[in-house]
Design a protein around this ligand. Structure first.
Ligand SMILES: Nc1ncnc2c1ncn2[C@@H]1O[C@H](COP(=O)(O)OP(=O)(O)OP(=O)(O)O)[C@@H](O)[C@H]1O
Length: 255
């Protein structure tokens, strides 16, 4: 179990004045959805949480210790990231790619163990890509590649999952299956943070929401209090109609 705590942390969005500072803790078992229009800073926020970019102000603590005091390998043993853009620069199969999730736990030149291979095969089955194990990733469809990325994160098995639009390219069934898998991870004590553009998926799977506005304003809280139609209309500059199904809101963009 792990937590990430933001202490008066400001996201360093290039070319933008400093916005609101963020102060909250993302705990084991929680699923945080990061919502906001294009360019609001969602990816920059995830990269900052991963220690890949410095915050403009304030601090991030991973398990009560400043994130910047950890070595990169120690961070990778606790925190994993699915990027929005991937560059498959060298030829690797689906199995080889997913197996890379174990690298933070291996010493240089150490071979993967039978347990590592077993964990990887389980991830391929969970993401419904085990039949593609020997295929080159460069030959896969967009949705298949997305599932390889999530399988690699599952193989890494970090306590904190950061996912930038994990449902990108996925068909309806695989969107639901992937978010169910993430919910299972949260139920096992993982902390999940994901950027989403689909408000209805956020309403169903997230426990907490961070809203990022293009001018740097931000607000956060539990899902029920944050997914208010008027706040979302302002956030996205888009009128919405709201329907209620099984006690949860459905947001439909109005023409
Ligand atoms: N390296 C960079 N140099 C200049 N500007 C950058 C750089 N990285 C990000 N930005 C700008 O910072 C802003 C925030 O980018 P970011 O990718 O975090 O937005 P986002 O909310 O994830 O957007 P989207 O919904 O389109 O994925 C954007 O205006 C982007 O153009």
């Amino acid at each position: 179990m792990a937590n990430l705590e933001l202490k008066a942390m400001a996201i360093d969005v290039p070319g933008r004045a400093q916005g609101d500072t963020l102060s909250f803790c993302m705990e084991a078992g929680q699923i945080w959805g990061v919502l906001g229009p294009n360019g609001a800073g969602k990816t920059t926020f995830l990269q900052t949480l991963a220690g890949l970019r410095a915050p403009r102000a304030g601090h991030i603590h991973l398990n009560q210790r400043p994130l910047h005091t950890y070595k990169r390998r120690a961070i990778a043993q606790q925190l994993g990231l699915v990027f929005q853009e991937r560059h498959d620069d060298f030829p690797a199969t689906v199995m080889e790619t997913a197996l890379m999730g174990r690298h933070p736990f291996l010493s240089p030149w150490q071979m993967e163990s039978a347990d590592d291979i077993e964990l990887t095969l389980e991830a391929l089955v969970a993401l419904d890509i085990d039949h593609l194990a020997d295929r080159l990733v460069s030959t896969l469809s967009g949705g298949e590649r997305q599932r390889v990325s999530i399988a690699t994160l599952m193989t890494q098995n970090p306590a904190i999952w950061l996912a930038d639009e994990p449902t990108n390219h996925l068909d309806l069934h695989h969107q639901v299956a992937t978010l169910e898998l993430m919910a299972q991870q949260a139920a096992q004590g993982k902390t999940l943070v994901m950027c989403l553009h689909d408000l209805n998926l956020a309403a169903r799977w997230c426990t907490h929401i961070l809203l990022l506005y293009p001018n740097g304003q931000a607000c956060w809280g539990d899902v029920a209090s944050m997914l208010q139609p008027s706040a979302l209309e302002t956030l996205f500059n888009q009128r919405l109609q709201t329907a209620w199904i099984d006690g949860k809101p459905f947001f439909i963009p109005a023409r």
